[in-house]
Design a protein around this ligand. Structure first.
Ligand code: PMP
Length: 299
């Protein structure tokens, strides 16, 4: 995967510079302790040909909330960063792009707070993070962190060591992706995506508390409201997921992607007949600024 070449421009601390000439620092809490916050955002070439960053305000508001949750100085406005992001896209001739803002710490190897933060915004082309074919998923032996040990709603870099362990374990065992449980054994989320399970024409998704409540998850809830699909946020036991009608992961990078089986137990419905397929189609329409028909909802 090529994230940048010699022409790529990034935004770094207020300036637009070449990625190849940007300097990082090896003596900070971000590199050593995972003390940084970030976002994963997508822009799309919409139906009318314009570039639109999907839910840009929600993402930059979350970046600010994440930085504040970790006591990282944050002096940027959401509006100024949205503008900077559009500039980065334009300078790199990108329309369909994955955008990665990162707030990181200046040199300081102690645990003390910093007086400033650094901020970079980079963008590149990226296919759906989990591919476009139905996934074979395994329940991870790693649980999501205890929410009393971390601020789970912050998108903090360090949390992703847990995601990397789970994802690598699943792939080493021949699966496509992991599903992590929370510390009480209920479904939580994928390493980088939220999960929905369908049973008897109702969608279920883990409630907030042990998950990163995704912006895509919120969009799925909106779509369900618009299409009259019943959706329940609750604690879900693994046995309620095994052999359910269908399931899907959703996230900015992954978009909406169906799951074929969990721990080798297949979901019952054909993907094309599942509520997930309806949501997947509606989500595509939403990000591309296209109308979608409420009549698409289940018969
Ligand atoms: N959970 C985790 C752990 C994630 O990393 C992500 C991706 N940011 C999500 C859920 C989905 O969040 P979003 O829809 O905001 O991208």
């Amino acid at each position: 995967m090529n994230y940048y070449d010699e022409n790529t421009i990034i935004y770094l601390n207020g300036a637009y510079i070449k990625a190849a000439e940007a300097k990082g620092d090896l003596f900070g809490q971000s590199m050593h302790y995972g003390y940084a916050v970030f976002e994963g955002i997508r822009s799309y070439k919409t139906a009318n040909g314009e570039t639109k960053i999907f839910k840009e305000k929600e993402h930059y508001d979350r970046l600010k909330a994440s930085a504040q949750a970790l006591n990282m100085p944050y002096t940027y406005t959401t509006e100024s960063l949205i503008e900077a992001t559009y500039t980065v896209l334009e300078r790199n001739n990108l329309q369909d792009a994955y955008i990665r803002p990162l707030v990181f710490a200046p040199p300081n190897m102690s645990f003390n707070p910093n007086e400033q933060s650094y901020l970079m915004i980079a963008a590149w082309k990226m296919e759906p993070f989990l591919g476009e074919t139905l996934l074979k998923v395994m329940t991870s032996s790693f649980q999501r962190p205890n929410p009393k040990g971390f601020i789970m709603e912050a998108k903090a870099a360090g949390h992703y060591v847990n995601s990397i362990l789970a994802s690598q374990e699943a792939k080493a065992k021949g699966f496509d992706e992991a599903l992590l449980l929370d510390m009480n054994g209920f479904l939580a989320e994928g390493p980088g995506a939220n999960i929905f399970v369908e049973r008897d024409n109702v969608l279920y998704t883990p409630q907030r508390g042990n998950i990163l409540p995704g912006i895509t998850r919120a969009t799925v809830l909106e779509i369900c409201e618009e299409l009259g699909i019943e959706v329940v946020e609750k604690q879900i036991k693994p046995e309620e997921a095994h052999g359910a009608d269908s399931a899907f992961f959703c996230g900015t990078a992954a978009e909406v992607i169906g799951i074929a089986s969990l721990d080798k137990v297949p979901f019952k419905k054909k993907w094309s007949e599942s509520l997930g397929a309806v949501i997947q189609n509606a989500y595509k329409c939403k990000v591309l600024g296209k109308e979608f028909k409420a009549s698409l909802a289940v018969a």
